[in-house]
Design a protein around this ligand. Sequence first.
Ligand code: NAP
Length: 250
Amino acid sequence: MGNLLRDKTVIISGATRGIGRAIALELAGEGADISFNYLRSDSEAKELEERIGGLGVRARAFKVDIRDFEAVRAWVDDTMESFGRIDVVINNAGITRDRALAFMQPQDWHDVINTNLNGTYNLTRATIVGLIKQRSGVIINISSISGIRGLPGQTNYSASKGAIIGFTKALAREVAPYNIRVNAVAPGFIETDMLREMGGDYRDRIVKYIPLNRPGNAEEVARVVRFLATDEARYITGQAIVIDGGMSLV
Ligand code: NAP
């Protein structure tokens, strides 16, 4: 266990599975208390609370839809009451609804934008004033290489993830005077439920385009997020760090 985040509180969206869960565990491993939300995975939320508690820090799970601004605001208020402060904000909750644009229904578009992009606005807006008042903080947004390169079948997802990078850069400039850093990470193909839902055939086809010849894993993303969350990265802001095994070079 490290102590780079001792006495700090991390608030993270969508931590019951995949990348969010790995980030929550990684940052708890540096001594941070963790407040996280999720939508459906009750048993996974309980298991994660217990697992983090076993590391000797505090964890609280909140069943809060990231699309609902008022509910997110109440989650942030509860977190402040429980932990007394928020230091690191991680916008991770995200979904895909892949379909060629010619077949994409308004619901597919709105679900993805509301979760990925508006969810990022909701949690950041609900925490930013507190960070400004304390004159310190770190915000890390989980984008995707899909938001940089664009992937066919993902116009909705690429739009949401590209917008998150624009949001990251604009906010980084806005809040730098308050000693708040804002960065994004842009993972490539990471072995999680999201990737598994795309099917084995798709996975095999994609791996051919990855110079390091395999998908990444959630822990490999979490380690970069840990670096950005700590003072080790104190001179880095407004960046989107690609974690993709070289895929975006090809
Ligand atoms: P995942 O395994 O599908 O997990 C998604 C998490 O988000 C779950 O904890 C889920 O909660 C939560 N969530 C979804 N909708 C929510 C909502 N409306 N309100 C609250 N929580 C919600 O996904 P992942 O692969 O770990 O992806 C995490 C992030 O990384 C996403 O932003 C994704 O776009 C990004 N990313 C992933 C990859 C990849 O290859 N996997 C690549 C690049 C970027 P429940 O379990 O309760 O539903």
